[in-house]
Design a binder for this molecule. Structure first.
Ligand SMILES: *Cc1c(COP(=O)(O)O)cnc(C)c1O
Length: 433
């Protein structure tokens, strides 16, 4: 084994420093890996739209005593003894979630967003029932009907698309497909859609064909909670989300509803329907994160996420890149690389940018002629950059680095120079732990 080289950033909070000191004795191999990751996060620009940096409180609660408990069941109705404090923390998380999203029921147990969707599907449908959703190639999520996923395996998936010209949701077309296909469930909410979703219009379509409406707000949950994106309530029958994207909580899932009958079914389909013991340490982290999101500062943060996104979008356009839909209303944008350089691929750009200290993901653009492991696009998002304090003024600099690395086609000297500039820049914007 390589000896531990503690490369952890200087700005770590004292609990994180204590953890590394503990590991130095207990497990130097793990210490080395974790210190490396702490340094990676501190010294690179995180532009993956689905990622964020949690607070020190959220992070350390997830590494707390709450990991030691089996608490199958729900508060007051557990299958194990000793759950007194686990009941309290889960009730607190549920109450805060309901307050945050202005709804009547919350299940905080899903281990992740995909699991939340499994439980929601099971609560609303029988296997074989029809689902109308946007496919992953157009910005949807794999848990909305991709063939190898549970959704595509056990349900009859019908797709809607984006308007090929505007790359926007075409509600008239969605309505036509719904009328023709008579789905049991319609899904809205996406992984790579940069515009506002009209939940009321979706509900009108669902009502017209007698379908349930599920809003999967995994990406925009923080913006919704802060009032920066319209709420899916009272329109959606069920709302599913992750807690770790714009909501800035621990990695996990959440299901919300205003309908008691549906909420009762959802609880049964989370446990025992699709999960065993809940991750109580993560539920404790959710409680802390929801508490943070209820504070006025979170509204300021979320507004800044969108302001930064618009500023970054404009700066990228200034460098000659085409943005899908022509821009963004939220935290994410899809950059079509071909207008800047017809030969540029998402895969190459992702690799070169990582070497320079900019973390992004390649992403297919609507009707992308290149395969999913290559692509012609990048998906960029501002939640993580905004958490570390970047504002509009810094977005021009970020765009300039992105363009410099891509235009150089990953030339070693350019990558090395940008890497050093970014390391220095990041030290002026320390992470919250
Ligand atoms: C991220 C995402 C999910 C799933 O999240 P996991 O926690 O990775 O399972 C579900 N739906 C949408 C729209 C997402 O973007």
């Amino acid at each position: 084994m390589t000896p531990a080289t503690a490369t952890a950033p200087a700005s770590l909070d004292h609990l994180s420093q204590g953890l590394l000191a503990l590991l130095h004795q207990a497990d130097p191999d793990v210490e080395r890996i974790l210190a490396g990751e702490a340094d990676r996060q501190a010294s690179t620009l995180e532009l993956i739209a689905s990622e964020n940096h949690v607070s020190a409180a959220v992070m350390h609660v997830v590494g707390s005593w709450m990991t030691n408990k089996y608490a199958e069941g729900y508060p007051g109705k557990r299958y194990y003894g000793g759950c007194h404090f686990h009941d309290q923390i889960e009730d607190l998380a549920r109450e805060r979630a309901k307050r945050l999203f202005g709804c009547r029921f919350a299940n905080v147990q899903p281990h992740c967003g995909a699991n939340a969707n499994i439980a929601a599907f099971m609560a609303l449908m029988n296997p074989g029932d029809r689902v109308l959703s946007l496919p992953i190639k157009s910005g949807g999520h794999l848990s909305h009907g991709l063939k190898p996923n549970f959704s595509g395996t056990f349900y009859d998936i019908v797709e809607y698309g984006l308007d090929p010209k505007t790359e926007l949701l075409d509600y008239d077309a969605i309505e036509r497909i719904a009328v023709e296909s008579k789905p049991k469930l319609i899904i809205c909410g996406y992984s790579a859609y940069s515009r506002v979703i009209d939940f009321a219009r979706f509900r009108a379509i669902a009502d017209k064909v007698g379908a349930f409406l599920m809003a999967d707000i995994a990406h925009i949950a923080g913006l919704v909670a802060a009032g920066v994106h319209p709420s899916p309530f009272p329109h959606a029958h069920v709302v599913t989300t992750t807690t770790h994207k714009t909501l800035r909580g621990p990695r996990g899932g959440l299901i919300l509803s205003d309908n008691e009958e549906i909420a009762t079914k959802i609880d049964r389909k989370v446990f025992p329907g699709s999960q065993g013991g809940p991750l109580m340490h993560v539920i404790a982290g959710k409680a802390v994160a929801f508490g943070e999101a209820l504070k006025p500062e979170f509204k300021v943060y979320s507004r800044q996420v969108v302001a930064n996104s618009k500023a970054l979008a404009a700066a990228m356009q200034g460098h000659g890149y085409r943005l899908c839909t022509g821009g963004t209303d939220n935290h994410v944008m899809l950059v079509d690389l071909r207008q800047r350089d017809a030969e540029l691929t998402g895969a190459d750009a992702e690799k070169w940018l990582e070497s320079a200290g900019i973390i992004v993901n390649k992403n297919g653009i609507p009707n992308d002629p290149r395969p999913p492991m290559v692509t012609s696009g990048l998906r960029l998002g501002t939640p993580a950059l905004t958490t570390r304090g970047l504002q509009e003024a810094q977005m021009a600099q970020v765009a300039a680095w992105l363009d410099r690395v891509m235009v150089s086609r990953g030339e070693a000297g350019v990558v090395r120079a940008v890497r050093e500039e970014i390391r220095d820049f990041c030290s002026r914007f320390p992470l919250p732990h």
